[in-house]
Design a protein around this ligand. Structure first.
Ligand code: FES
Length: 158
């Protein structure tokens, strides 16, 4: 009798483990493709110098390819970098340093440069994609994109 109960417990434990795995697998796949998931496939790209940003200058660059214009700015001592394509209809947005915000001239959406590109107001329904950057010595290096760049099915072409 005891052997039967142990076998049954073992079966139930195995079944529970398979259920957890079946539920976790799609979640893992989703996170790898989501805005907040892993940032695989992107290459490091030097986009400018920290000293230039600290001097108050903005830095225009493209990432992850030449068709994706971006801008890096210094906001309260932190480097913040974003795609310059509005998430509404793709118009090029402009930075307003006094408001610490990006503004779209087409339909006047605004995005908070301090809060990871969060949409403040306007026609857009998505935040602007944030370009992830790191600093090595004086070099500012882009290494990923958090969010989908306007007009793309994937940020990485090819
Ligand atoms: S394209 Fe930017 S608000 Fe419409």
């Amino acid at each position: 009798m005891q052997e039967k109960q142990n076998a049954r417990r073992g079966f139930l434990k195995a079944a529970a483990g398979m259920t957890v795995a079946a539920v976790a697998a799609p979640a893992l796949l989703a996170s790898q493709n989501s805005k907040n998931g892993s940032f695989y496939g992107y290459e490091d790209k030097v986009i400018g110098s920290l000293s230039k940003l600290k001097s108050g200058a903005d830095m225009d660059f493209s990432y992850p390819d030449a068709d994706s214009p971006c801008k890096a700015v210094m906001v309260d001592g932190k480097i913040k970098a974003y795609s310059l394509l509005c998430t509404h209809k793709g118009c090029p947005i402009m930075y307003n340093a006094s408001k610490k915000a990006f503004r779209c001239p087409c339909h006047f959406s605004e995005f908070d440069a301090e809060l990871d590109g969060q949409m403040i107001i306007g026609q857009a329904t998505e935040n602007i994609p944030e370009i992830l950057v790191k600093v090595k010595n004086d070099k500012v290096i882009a290494y990923g994109v958090n969010g989908l760049i306007y007009g793309r099915e994937s940020n990485l072409k090819g």
